[in-house]
Design a protein around this ligand. Structure first.
Ligand code: DP6
Length: 325
């Protein structure tokens, strides 16, 4: 009747951008990500027969409006699957800025899925948990697993994530947090607008599966350079499709562009670094672990106001014994 789970954010190397089914959160294409070993979300779900409605607390503040409804709708799914009707108290702590394109919805719904499933007495394997987390936020399907993770497109039964073996591939990710404020437009809204109005969306939907295949090939051969080039290219393609939507969606700011340039300059200096961006202005740079300190130092020189998080591959979602304080 009460459970606590922790999940880490993941950063997509091949992006999820566009829904084939908005209700079920089925993606148009497959995607692939790296689960980080930093910035977990810890969530406790406690059933309480005395509650008239779910109560959702994030970082000590009671959630209301649409973010709260999103959690309530998610718990409705868990209640329907479990046959239980009690409302719950949800207490979640995000150790990264929320809503800043740092994948907090991924770690958030992955932790919520695991904690809620356990609290309501559902016994789900990783695949079923990934399908459940997907209903909360598409990218959350991938944070169920650690390391490199692939999320399949398809129908409700087929669209789950699973880990990808990556022997010999050691990745680091330097996250430059250049603005912790809430994003201008949510990823959900931005991707729906892109699919509806961008004339470039067809090109994205057609070329991303090919880049995903090339990425899997590069991972199988531990080809760091190919992994990096595909990562940067796929991100730029995603941002290009949304720039062509109307009204346009543009997440990179001048500060982001300066860091993209700095990443290109690092490569010119012989340090293999590749940038990727999501639904916010932050820049994430993929590099070898041995280069992470130098990458961070260079980016910090270019943007002394940025905060940095240096991460490696991390583990998937886990239930933990002590409930959150
Ligand atoms: C740019 O998973 O946040 O980070 O399914 O609507 O909740 P919803 O969207 P969300 O979108 C993530 C988009 C992205 C790319 C990615 O993580 O693959």
């Amino acid at each position: 009747m009460r459970a606590t789970a922790e999940a880490n954010p993941n950063i997509a190397l091949i992006k999820y951008w566009g829904k084939a089914d908005v209700e079920l959160n089925l993606p148009v294409t497959g995607s692939l990500s790296l689960t980080l070993d930093a910035a977990p979300t810890r969530t406790t779900v406690a059933l309480d027969a005395g509650l008239d409605a779910d109560e959702v607390v994030l970082g000590g503040a009671v959630l209301s409006g649409r973010p709260a409804q999103r959690v309530e709708r998610f718990l409705d799914l868990v209640r329907a699957a479990s046959g239980r009707t009690e409302h719950a108290r949800v207490d979640s702590v995000n150790l990264i800025p929320t809503g800043a394109g740092l994948a907090s919805s991924a770690s958030g719904f992955a932790a919520l899925a695991a904690a809620a499933a356990a609290a309501y007495g559902l016994d789900l394997d990783g695949r079923a948990l990934s399908r459940l987390a997907r209903r909360g936020s598409g990218s959350a399907s991938r944070s169920i697993f650690g390391g490199i993770v692939r999320w399949h497109p398809g129908d409700d039964a087929a669209s789950f994530a699973e880990p990808v073996d990556a022997p010999g591939l050691d990745l680091a990710m330097v996250v430059a947090i250049i603005a912790a404020g809430p994003k201008s437009i949510s990823s959900t809204e931005a991707m729906n607008r892109t699919t509806a109005t961008s004339p470039f969306y067809a090109g994205w939907a057609e070329s991303t599966p090919r880049q995903l295949d090339e990425m899997l090939e590069a991972i199988a051969h531990a080809d760091f350079t190919a992994v990096g080039e595909l990562t940067e290219s796929n991100s730029l393609r995603m941002h290009a499709t949304m720039a062509a939507a109307w009204p346009p969606v543009r997440y990179p700011t001048a500060a982001s562009v300066a860091l993209l340039d700095a990443t290109r300059d690092l490569r010119a200096d012989g340090i293999e670094a590749y940038a990727t961006m999501d639904a916010g202005p932050n820049v994430k740079v993929l590099c070898r672990p041995a280069d992470a300190a130098r990458v961070e130092a260079r980016l910090a020189e270019v943007d002394p106001t940025a905060d940095f998080l240096s991460a490696r591959a991390g583990e998937g979602v886990r239930l933990i014994d002590e409930p959150a304080a």
